[in-house]
Design a protein. Sequence first.
Length: 572
Amino acid sequence: MKPLSRCSKSATRETDEFVGDGVESSLIEVTTLGDMLLRGAQRWPEHELLVLGDERLTYAGLAARARRTARALQGLGIGPGDHVGILAPNLLEVIDLVFAAALSGAVAVLINARYKSSELAYVIANADLKLLFTTRRIADYVDFVDLLYEAVPGLREAPEPLALNLDAAPRLRSVVLMESGEAPGLLAWSDFIEHELRVDERHALLRRSQVALSQPCIMMYTSGTTSEPKGCQLAHEAIVRSAAAIRARFRITAGDRQWNPLPMFHMSSIMPLLATMWAGASFITDTHFDADQAWRVLEAERPTILFTAFPTVMAALVTHARFSLERVRDVRLIMNVAPPDQLRRNMRLIPHAVHISAYGMTEASGISCFGALDEDDETRATTCGQPLAGVQLRVVDLETGAPAPPGVPGEMTIRGYSLFEGYHKSPEKNREAFDVEGWFHTGDLCVLDEQGRVAYRGRIKDMLKVGGENVAAVEIESFLCRHPDVQLAQVVGVPDPKFTEVAAAFIQLTPGADCSEQAIIDFCRGRIASFKIPRYVRFVDAWPMSATKIQKYKLRETLIAEIESQRAGTAI
């Protein structure tokens, strides 16, 4: 486990300690997550904070809702350190509950809304949830209540929604529906909120004042690929201080309006929201991402920052029929993580905005570094910038573990205030992830340049071994994005009897494009080394996704099954 250097005070403090590029030279305020909201309500009470569909909330409005909900949580028996689960799409109530839990000293467990019953069953039990909130507002798309009935046997038949006693989730006391209406075994929101009457303002204020910066306030589960998801516990200081550093890097002011369509159960939504709140700015989102709806919102709301984050989102925007520079004329900054050639393409499509990339993960409060606004386009296309103030990054040799010199690839390690408190109930995983000096080993292959900028080269396990040659999948992906018909490319390695492993490319074409496998291979010949040229090319219309990332292992499994089937047919 990492060594802690936390401040246990619950009051706001300031520090001038910085690690990183030193650009953000102002003092950093550090406070609890709950007090961060109350700070915003005092400074910008009538400023618009949240826009979600037809709903709008000011800073004062959200603070009032969160304080009331905090009292209801406490009235229902939620105490310091208790875990409160949230299973829902993007809703105002989700943010309300996150801050209410923080004001109560509890931990908000944001559950991936893509999970199915088996994954939910695991997370609900593993997370030690005492309360769980969900919704039926998008039941036509996914009925979370029915999923919970399947995941938690006995919930539907439970005689007392205020005192559940279920073998599948022994610590779970209630499941609360976020709206009016009834569901067997669940507590209605109106019945939940009445519990605020059991807690007076004085008691709630005392509880808030006892919350320490070192206490966890949010827990998110990393998406499992080959094993069960792991719960990452993040403390108040890690979350709030990282948000302040992001605000400084983006130079956000009260006049900014950030559009972010990403799910609130992901750090790529929560952290940009909190960075926005540090400045008194506005955050615009929706229940889910839909490109057609997104363009209507962009035209109506005129954001200044687009936080698209992932290639699938950005590609859906710029290839949409409604795409036009007029509709994004007020945008000054776009954040998108993608291979260099795709970033260069985005820069050409929206040239008046500054395009930056990022490097990070849930275990490090979402983001460890962003590109800087004053860097040139090529630097921002090929690197993820320098670490945020106070974040320590080090690349180490894959074989020896010794620090690697600038320009030499190795495993990225991270240390500092932004790191999580460890995987929940997983001491063996924590021992594997942290070394004796407190460095967290990410499993990412990266390079640091002389100025400390990060260049991401992919997951260490995402390296292909082709006939003895090491090949980074991201390198091939970036090259394939130069093809005018390629909207998005993903490369995996598949077994080969001669070369051990060869590259396979999955490609999503731009709308209306007509391209063949041979055309893609011909495009590569003479331009990249022969051992990097994909042996297999497959075209896709949709990607297997986790919360926000393409699940490469599923692409690989599908292709291997196809190859084995063909070989079996040939043998017959």
